[in-house]
Write a protein that binds this ligand. Structure first.
Ligand code: AMP
Length: 184
């Protein structure tokens, strides 16, 4: 059983690695960014609320995001050998809400994967990816929010458990290999 939270700045390859991990270990993969982009494409109520925020690189309010994660976990972890969360939590309040959810759902033994890379490397990768929210200005804003709001959560987890640090630059298979070694 694996309960994984994957952290890392935008562009470090969290999405790619999460999919590989989910497949290998039979995990439910929840990417909150993907979830929001789908809602925006489908023009659902959530999509309408989130569109402007996501396209400008801001953060969707914590209560909305927490609600999405609770529901998705409850509906999708049956039949799986755990889950991997990609893109959540992104603020300290989300991290605390997640602790509460885990308590209620009796989920323990979380593994924190932390993918690291140099900022300039990330900007150039994201510019090549070319998603709608991948202009240089928005990329720098997402990176700034990441450093100011999301990185402190890693310290929060570091104080209560083990954080597995992975160097996020290199070939996809190589990085995946080092992740698998650490996950066991
Ligand atoms: P990502 O695909 O994880 O880079 O997420 C893309 C965008 O979705 C982010 O820039 C945010 O606007 C929004 N988003 C994704 N996850 C969250 C979250 N946990 N809290 C707030 N906003 C989020």
């Amino acid at each position: 059983m694996h309960h994984i939270i994957i952290f890392g700045p935008p562009g470090v390859g969290k999405g790619t690695q999460s999919l590989l991990i989910a497949e290998k270990y039979n995990l439910f993969h929840l990417s909150t960014g993907e979830y929001l982009r789908k809602a925006i494409d489908e023009e659902t109520e959530l999509g309408k609320k989130a569109k402007n925020i996501v396209e400008k690189g801001g953060l969707v309010p914590d209560d909305i995001m927490t609600g999405i994660v609770i529901q998705a976990l409850k509906e999708n972890i049956g039949g799986k050998d755990g889950f991997i969360l990609d893109g959540f939590p992104r603020t300290l309040d989300q991290a605390k809400a997640l602790d509460k959810i885990f308590g209620e759902m009796k989920i323990g033994g979380t593994e924190i994967l932390y993918l690291k890379a140099d900022e300039e490397e990330l900007v150039s990768r994201l510019l090549k990816r070319g998603r709608k929210d991948d202009t240089e200005e928005i990329i720098r804003k997402r990176l700034r929010i990441y450093i100011e709001t999301t990185e402190p959560i890693i310290e929060y987890y570091g104080s209560t458990g083990q954080v597995i640090e992975i160097h996020g630059v290199g070939a996809v298979e190589e990085i995946f290999g080092s992740i698998c070694e650490k996950l066991g």
